[in-house]
Ligand binder design. Sequence first.
Ligand SMILES: C[S@@+](CC[C@H](N)C(=O)[O-])C[C@H]1O[C@@H](n2cnc3c(N)ncnc32)[C@H](O)[C@@H]1O
Length: 344
Amino acid sequence: MGAFEGVTLADRFRNHFGHTDHLYGALLAEMADDWEVGGVTRELFEGWDDADARQFPQLRLLAGLYRIVLRGDAPQLEGFYPALGGDLDHHEAWAPVRPVLAAHVDELRKSLSEAPQTNEPARSVALLVGLARALNRTGLRRVRLLEPGASGGLGLLVDRYRFVGQGWAAGPQDSPLVVKRCEAEGFSPEAFDVVDRRGCDVAPVDAATEVGAAYLTSFVWPWQLDRHARLAAALQVAREHPVVVDRARASAWVAERLAEPVGEDVLTVVWHSVTRLYWPVEETGAMNAAVEEARGRMPLTHIAMEHRWDAAPGDADPGMPFIEVDGEAIATCDHHGPPVTFQR
Ligand SMILES: C[S@@+](CC[C@H](N)C(=O)[O-])C[C@H]1O[C@@H](n2cnc3c(N)ncnc32)[C@H](O)[C@@H]1O
């Protein structure tokens, strides 16, 4: 029996949620039993026994399964996915799930190499708040957005979403996405025009395509209905207004973009959210250096919504994210964006 520090894959599956109160908790408990008796789960995870536990291969597999359901290849499972309108008892899911796993072994084994990749559009509230500070400071109104670690680029569509906070609102009233409960008491939104926007990612997703949209959807847990509603709305915006996300590492790409000419009346904004904690330390250093070097050549602001987790990624609770403008923490927020609380 394969083991990692005395803990088997079956133990990891059982302990991941530690309960069977939702679909994934119930499926992981069943998969643990199935792995122990040498069922299809053993075949699916062959070679993964000693993988780093933080890779969470079990979540990768469940996302792969969700993609099979999303594309309509397992209609008998749809009823177990609340995000697809399902209301069947998830304790009954294993019997119909097991043959679907067995019928898609190659595809599901491939999904084990795909790290969970979420793109949470509500995080763009951090950009909205940071941008207002920068616009106010510079008096500029035309903005070029550059986002490393953009995933599907949904965070670049900040001007196409509506945000509602405590005593304020911003963005088009008819936007498919309304980000509610932003709070940020005392915030005054500033008007701006996005004249250019572009992102990069080591694993970019084309959110304007059906396959890309399903890929992003598959990593959101199927009972998190609010997140699914926000993502679906943002994906609609992305289909209507596609953004370019290049395949590139953060620092080299930011340096290249900042070498491009830009109008004097344009504020360049390098913005990123919940990506820095995945970067090697050198990536962060090189990107910061590229930003500092470019400051003398153009109006430039660096806005981040990131956890302070520089020491040892993965080893500790990263705490709440901070919204930083040019290195100054102006607010804290939740992992998925709202609510925003300004620093006193
Ligand atoms: C948790 S996702 C966040 C995506 C998006 N920024 C958001 O907040 O919804 C982290 C993203 O960072 C990307 N990433 C990780 N390391 C990177 C690097 N060195 N350069 C560029 N992107 C990177 C991943 O591929 C992933 O899409």
